[in-house]
Design a protein around this ligand. Structure first.
Ligand code: MOS
Length: 743
């Protein structure tokens, strides 16, 4: 093992010291000179019209600079209806301040600009806006029979596969069957960092936008499209985020507002949303799910049907893959999957960690638990009997699938074999203990990416790619890949991201960054390595003369022949002897379609949970969770484990706490703050064991990595819900499971 083998180890975050010392700059911390501040005014009604904005009254306050609304929105904004950001689904993206029409509660209706944030906020509070109210509908229950197929999907959306076999007949004919409906409320992203944009005015319609975003190129595309700027005049920067979870995939209205004001005032501008306004930026949609399962006498699935209906806005067909996973998770020849949307007077939903899967997974995985009990089988044994060796949705083998090992290793760690099948069989006084399990599946995706690598005579390597970093550990894993490829210590490598001046990278989402940007980083470093080999071969009496690139390796600061490591050159000596100040290379990484085409590419996991339910109070405490994950090669054991820990936190939150509650009378989310939007704190969290199951995969990408950001959340919610059934004998099908549902 050499000192420059970094992949698979668990080094600390390279950006950790910057973050804890306050040296890392977030979007709202770029204190450019002469900043003006904006404060957004949001609609208190869910549907209707703005009749009048009484801007004059607040413009009279000294220090108030402007009030922008649909009444005076400048024509510099290019409102082409066909314009779309990279993740826009079917329909027409929301255009802030474009018209007097109100289509959802908390819709931004005005932007107040002032010399200070406090003054902008004060003036916004004084701003009178007259509305004409119309009747709204925000209740998904009223749209049960009005579901429709989406007119178009966003990037990554796949309509459910066509039905196979005869699921309804198989269900009717079966002796053992279940039929149930599963529901959960809406959820809103609440990362610690609020949405903020600081737009630096550089003169002549040239701006630099410091934005909170998971994709600087998407924001650049949006701003150049909407405001008619050239790319050269619109640089977008996002080096650090205080959490994203999908909320930063599409440009938010804050960046629209800040850019609008900067271009109008010809001045640098900052717009920051409040915590309450974070409930107006999109959400995980309120979803209804219907599941029918049936088994044959041997416990194999005879029929599987899963249908989902979720809310969307009036203007966009927000889509996510809710039911598709169910058709590949288990072996079954009679399958029907359905997916529909219903329009409500709400804002468009948006991606939230493991979008669609986090929703559909509890549906199918609670149903599988119910079916196991109906068939008299242990829930884990039931899954073994229905293990899918092939992806029947697309009729392809998996490139790799170590779910069986996840089940086995997770169960062994948890002690599942000691579980009594009967509910209510583990009791201590008024405390009922229950054990539940569930599994999950997520896509292993790769998006086109570019990266550059430059080594200087002092032996330092600088690697650039305009990727996003929502806090997942991107800086660290890219540093590891680059350092290992060129045989350098981590300290000799700097990786930078989040700037449209850098080589183009995809949005940070879908758990594809490690595979996509990681491969680009590897390719750029290999391209640089080839140049270094050529440079070495130009030296007099080079020990590497005639060597091909695949015959050499970079280890411990040396470039050497694999078969004869004594034939080596020291990299720094080489650079100095060559008299070059730097060597640079840039490369693109594309998914290898030829190799991947015959396979289904997915990551998997299995979760085991223990709960204690107080029978008198209905309170639930999760006491243990084991999460076993098969996601290809693990680049960094520490940051990967942290991703899975985060997934367990969120899965627990979805099971027990998290829900945005709509007051249908006003069409408004009533718990739009941190006090009443419940999420777990440290004291709510159990002991968590994270296991990474060994999984080799040279089909998915050259690094063999599948991504770890989303799969860790799957299975958690259902495992907890199933454990609650095992503890209490009560099956709760409406999440979150708050105590009133157990009393
Ligand atoms: Mo993730 S919801 O793809 O940021």
């Amino acid at each position: 093992m050499s000192q420059t083998d970094h992949i698979g180890k668990g080094p600390n975050r390279v950006d950790g010291p910057l973050k804890v010392s306050g040296t890392a700059h977030y979007a709202g911390e770029f204190n450019v000179p002469n900043l003006a501040y904006g404060y957004v005014v949001n609609s208190p009604i869910a549907k209707g019209k703005v009749v009048q904005v009484h801007a004059d009254e607040v413009l009279a306050l000294p220090g108030v600079l402007a009030v922008y609304s649909h009444e005076n929105v400048p024509h510099l904004a290019w409102f082409d209806r066909s314009y779309k950001d990279l993740l826009a689904p079917g329909g027409s993206p929301f255009r802030p301040l474009h018209s007097p029409d109100i289509t959802f509660n908390q819709q931004p209706v005005a932007l107040v600009m002032a010399e200070t944030f406090e003054l902008a906020r004060y003036a916004a509070a004084l701003l009178r806006v007259d509305y004409e109210q119309e009747k709204h509908e925000t209740n998904l229950e009223t749209k049960r029979t009005e579901g429709y197929l989406p007119g178009g999907g966003k990037l990554g959306y796949a309509p459910p596969p066509p039905p196979r076999g005869n699921p309804e007949k198989a269900w009717k004919n079966a002796d053992q069957k279940i039929e149930a409906e599963y529901t959960h409320g809406a959820q809103h992203h609440n990362p610690m960092e609020l949405f903020t944009s600081t737009v630096e005015w550089l003169g002549k319609d040239k701006i630099t936008v410091y934005d909170k975003t998971q994709g600087v190129f998407n924001v650049q595309r949006y701003l150049t499209g909407v405001f008619g700027l050239s790319k050269d005049n619109c640089r977008v920067v996002s080096q650090f985020m205080g959490g994203g979870f999908g909320s930063g995939l599409r440009p938010q209205y804050s960046v629209f507002m800040a850019t609008l004001a900067a271009l109008e005032l010809k001045r640098s501008v900052r717009v920051t949303l409040t915590r309450q306004q974070m409930f107006s930026i999109g959400h995980r949609p309120n979803t209804l799910q219907f599941v029918k399962l049936a088994t044959n006498p041997d416990g194999s699935l005879a029929s599987l049907q899963h249908h989902a209906l979720h809310e969307t806005s009036l203007f966009e067909d927000y889509t996510e893959n809710v039911v598709n996973w169910s058709g590949m998770q288990y072996q079954c020849d009679n399958v029907k999957l359905g997916y529909q949307l219903a329009q409500l007077d709400v804002y468009s939903p948006q991606d939230m960690r493991a979008p669609g899967a986090a929703t559909g997974n509890p549906g199918i995985e609670i149903a599988m638990d119910e079916m196991a009990y109906a068939a008299g089988l242990d829930p884990l044994e039931f899954r073994f009997r229905n293990y899918a060796e092939r992806d029947q949705n697309v009729d392809k083998p998996f490139s790799s699938k170590k779910l069986r090992e996840c089940y086995r290793e997770g169960a062994a760690k948890f002690g599942w074999d000691k579980r009594p099948l009967e509910p209510r069989s583990m009791r201590e006084g008024h405390l009922l203990t229950g054990w539940g399990m569930a599994g999950g599946v997520w896509d292993a995706m790769q998006m086109p990416s570019r990266a550059s690598a430059r080594i200087t005579a002092d032996g330092r390597l600088l690697v650039l790619s305009g990727a996003g970093e929502n806090g997942a550990g991107t800086y660290t894993i890219m540093t590891q890949i680059a350092a290992e490829t060129l045989g350098l210590p981590l300290e000799a490598v700097t990786f930078e991201l989040g700037d449209t001046d850098q080589p183009q990278a995809p949005l940070q989402g879908g758990s594809w960054t490690a595979a996509s940007v990681g491969t680009a980083v590897k390719n750029a470093c290999d391209a640089l390595g080839e140049k270094l080999l050529k440079l070495a071969q130009k030296q007099k009496d080079s020990p590497l003369k005639d060597a091909d690139y695949d015959e050499v390796e970079f280890v411990n600061g040396q470039l050497r022949l694999r078969r004869d490591p004594d034939r080596a050159v020291v990299l720094r000596d080489l650079l100095q002897a060559s008299g070059v100040t730097q060597v640079e290379a840039e490369s693109t990484a594309l998914p290898n379609m030829l190799k991947q085409n015959g396979y289904s590419l997915h990551s998997h996991n299995a979760v085991f949970a223990e709960v204690q339910v107080d029978e008198d109070l209905g309170t639930v405490r999760v006491t243990r969770v084991v999460n076993a994950v098969a996601a290809g090669r693990i680049l960094n054991r520490k940051t990967a484990r942290s991703q899975v820990l985060g997934g367990v936190v969120w899965g627990l939150s979805m099971a027990l706490m998290e829900e945005t509650i709509m007051d249908h009378k006003f069409g408004r989310y009533v718990n739009h703050n941190y006090a009443e939007y419940h999420i777990p704190v440290n004291a709510d969290m159990p002991h968590i064991d994270v296991l990474f199951v060994h999984e080799d995969d040279d089909i998915v990408n050259p690094l063999g990595v599948k991504g770890i950001g989303e799969v860790g959340m799957l299975g958690v919610t259902a495992a907890i819900a199933n454990a609650i059934f095992h503890a209490t004998g009560k099956r709760v099908r409406d999440l979150p499971i708050m105590l009133d549902k157990l009393l």
